[in-house]
Design a protein around this ligand. Structure first.
Ligand code: LLP
Length: 440
């Protein structure tokens, strides 16, 4: 049906001539983001979860245009660092639209978060360790606090993104009630509990998701029960605790299809399962999608520089690499690849290995994939690059990071973030001249 088609946007659905023009105008490698697609993804999420608060996980793509799009659509921003917090505030987020989720936060991050919360008292700080609560108290913070718990369940596309059972994240569920009570007694305004179990969850994980959310619902009810007597016992903590939890945040992790044969996530089914599993609760449901909002809104454009026959495959060297898009090298992730050459339909297909310019054998976008025969100068599009693409880029091999272009539904486009130059790459280091004067 039309409705289910609109759930998926395949790489082939992008307007190839428009992408070719953007590559000609701005060079490659180039990240391209379709802002309208972010809006559509947000609208679909909102339709499936009409009562939930949506906090976009900025780590997926922290481009100001993306943050502004989410804020305009009515969402808030989940920030994992002082840098993301700064970006969210710069995009116009107000305190009530910001959660700062501290995972083992460096001191400077906490200073900045506490300072921001002093100016925006509706801001929420999420702590995942008792030490973090202590460190907030040391800084005089006793504002809105959310406790990140570890429900002991993991899910997701790769072991490296299954956070649920990883002890690094959150206070063990068994200690959650006690930790909330202690925080409330210290005067914190405990407003929520939070967990994020993993990223890239598919419809196959629905049972694990249901189990996780039901644990969160039970935990929230236990917390509320524990908080209530405290409200009558202690007059000082009354305002903080008498109202119970405002929200239960079940994190993000909504998966998107990467392979052409992957089915889209049945969002309605996830939403229904979430509501059912949460059970009766006088608290708002909060979700933190990252990937779902931006993955298929972005492509990476890259130019072919080298085509080399090898004994087992044909090696296609492109100008993007693991420093541009790390996911294939780091997780073995599949990203669709499409040759945008205008005569591509006339070419025969061939098994090819697409590689980057980095001196690492992990610098590979695909191995032995059947694609139309590549030629030097071809433009390739790598799909689903809108999430965790630029954000994970590096300057390894002293390679400048690419530019990002945003285009609008009306066909206009603009550079959202310029390409790094070689000057940018060396800027932070002492210059050769400085080294010589200092050693002389
Ligand atoms: N909330 C919290 C607290 C998170 O840690 C994350 C992701 C999210 C929300 C959003 O998850 P999403 O909806 O995007 O799945 N670099 C990996 C993904 C790491 C995700 C880390 N946390 C990748 O490229 O697959």
């Amino acid at each position: 049906s039309d409705a289910s088609n609109s759930q998926i946007r395949r790489l082939a659905d992008w307007d190839a001539s428009r992408l070719r023009d953007l590559a000609d105008d701005h060079g490659t490698p180039l990240y391209v983001l379709d802002r309208e697609r972010v809006r559509q993804n947000y609208a679909r999420l909102e339709a499936a979860f009409p009562d939930a608060e949506v906090l976009y996980a900025a780590k997926a793509n922290a481009l100001g245009d993306v943050l502004e799009t989410v804020l305009e659509a009515g969402g808030g921003i989940e920030c994992a660092s002082a840098g993301e917090l700064r970006r969210a505030l710069a995009a116009g987020a107000t305190g009530d639209q910001v959660h700062y989720t501290a995972v083992n936060p460096p001191a400077a991050d906490l200073d900045i978060a506490v300072e921001a919360a002093a100016e925006q008292p509706r801001m929420t700080i999420t702590a995942g360790a008792e030490d973090t609560i202590d460190r907030l108290a040391e800084r005089g913070y006793d504002g809105r606090l959310c406790l990140r718990v570890n429900p002991g369940i993991g899910a997701g596309h790769h072991e490296k993104v299954r956070t649920g059972a990883d002890a690094k994240f959150g206070v063990p569920a068994e200690r959650a009630v006690e930790t909330v009570l202690e925080a409330a007694e210290r005067g914190f305004d405990v407003v929520g509990i939070h967990a994020h179990v993993g990223s890239g969850v598919s419809s196959d994980d629905l049972e694990a998701h249901r189990e996780f959310v039901s644990r969160m619902g039970d935990l929230a009810r236990n917390v509320n029960e524990a908080l209530e007597p405290a409200a009558t016992d202690s007059s000082t903590a009354e305002s903080a605790v008498s109202k119970g939890l405002e929200f239960v945040d079940v994190g993000g992790g909504f998966g998107v299809p990467y392979r052409e044969t992957d089915a889209p996530l049945d969002l309605e089914a996830v939403a229904t399962a979430t509501r059912d599993a949460l059970g009766p609760l006088d608290a708002r449901l909060t979700i933190e999608p990252g990937r779902y909002l931006v993955a298929d809104a972005g492509v990476l454009l890259t130019r072919v520089n080298t085509v080399k026959p090898a004994p087992e495959t044909t090696v296609v060297g492109v100008d993007a690499g693991m420093t541009t898009l790390l996911r294939p090298a780091m997780y073995g992730s599949y990203h669709p690849i499409c040759n945008l050459a205008s005569d591509v339909d006339d070419r025969s297909t061939l098994e090819q290995t697409v590689t980057g310019p980095i001196c690492e054998s992990a610098d590979v976008f695909c191995t032995d994939r059947r694609l139309p025969e590549s030629a030097r100068g071809d433009l390739l599009a790598i799909g689903n690059a809108g999430a965790y693409g630029y954000e994970m880029a590096s300057t390894y091999n002293s390679r400048p990071r690419p530019a990002s272009v945003v285009f609008e539904a009306d066909g206009s486009s603009r550079i959202a973030r310029r390409r790094e130059t070689l000057d940018d790459v060396v800027r932070l280091e002492r210059s050769g001249e400085e080294r010589q004067t200092q050693s002389a």
